[in-house]
Design a protein around this ligand. Structure first.
Ligand code: SF4
Ligand code: FES
Length: 237
């Protein structure tokens, strides 16, 4: 492993009139050091003006998503040594507005989730207020949506989606996947109401099935599969 690597970091300050630029930093490397550790070294020792977002440092909170050498990744989940590069380019996620440097505004993701009703829909409102029984599921029923519950809402799949890049009205992989998570839940009663929301051009039919969403997901979720399953449900009516 090299004693040091060069970080080439995208910098953007709104006060500069929308122009981004790259700045290079030499970062000493220790065993086990992650991209996030490298960025924190820069911030603490070389350039305190660098803005990054992170919290858990263990691939759980989903806040440190960025592009490293062109690939969407969690900065806390990627070790510098595994990249095997002398120069590491770090950029903010695509398909989200940049607030500052590597920090993006992810509001659009949550807005689209809300539009797709990403919560359990129930008709038995009286029972909901005064529960008298449990909603027991079989292993098979749980299996239908379990993998989709592992999403940490990091936005990497949304950034990697080539369709969102060219057609921002497309709901995108994460919101559609999250909708499917509830559609496939045996306790949900959204049914046709859900399908009507996605059975349209900006819904499931705009997906080109590039598969980049599923390739970059750090939690092994397969949003491309969820979109195909929603398509099947749309065709069944
Ligand atoms: S599906 Fe994966 S890549 Fe997309 S937001 Fe969820 S955890 Fe992140
Ligand atoms: S800091 Fe929480 S996922 Fe990276």
């Amino acid at each position: 492993m090299a004693a040091s690597v060069k970080f080439r970091v995208y910098r953007y300050r709104p006060e500069d009139g929308g122009k981004g630029f790259y700045r290079e930093y030499e970062v000493p490397v220790k065993k086990g050091m992650t991209i996030l550790d490298g960025l924190l070294y820069i911030k603490e020792s070389l350039d305190p003006t660098l803005s990054i977002r992170y919290s858990c440092r263990m691939a759980i909170c989903g806040s440190c998503g960025m592009r490293v050498n062109g690939i969407e990744t969690l900065a806390c989940h990627t070790q510098i040594s595994e990249l095997r590069r002398r120069v590491i380019t770090v950029e903010p996620m695509k398909n989200f507005p940049v607030i500052k440097d590597l920090v993006t505004d992810m509001a659009v993701l949550f807005k689209k989730q809300r539009a797709l009703l990403t919560w359990l829909i129930r008709r038995d409102l009286v029972e909901q207020e005064n529960p008298t029984h449990q909603y027991i599921q079989s292993d098979e029923e749980l299996e239908r949506y379990l993998q989709f519950t592992y999403c940490i809402q990091c936005g990497l799949c949304y950034s990697a989606c080539p369709v969102v890049s060219t057609f921002p009205d497309f709901y995108g992989p994460q919101p559609l996947m999250k909708m499917y998570r509830y559609f496939a839940d045996s306790r949900d009663e959204g049914g046709k109401e859900r399908i009507d929301l996605v059975d349209k051009f900006e819904g499931v039919w705009r997906c080109h099935f590039a598969g980049s969403c599923s390739m970059v997901c750090p939690k092994g979720v397969d949003p491309a599969l969820a979109i195909q399953l929603l398509r099947r449900a749309s065709l069944r009516g």
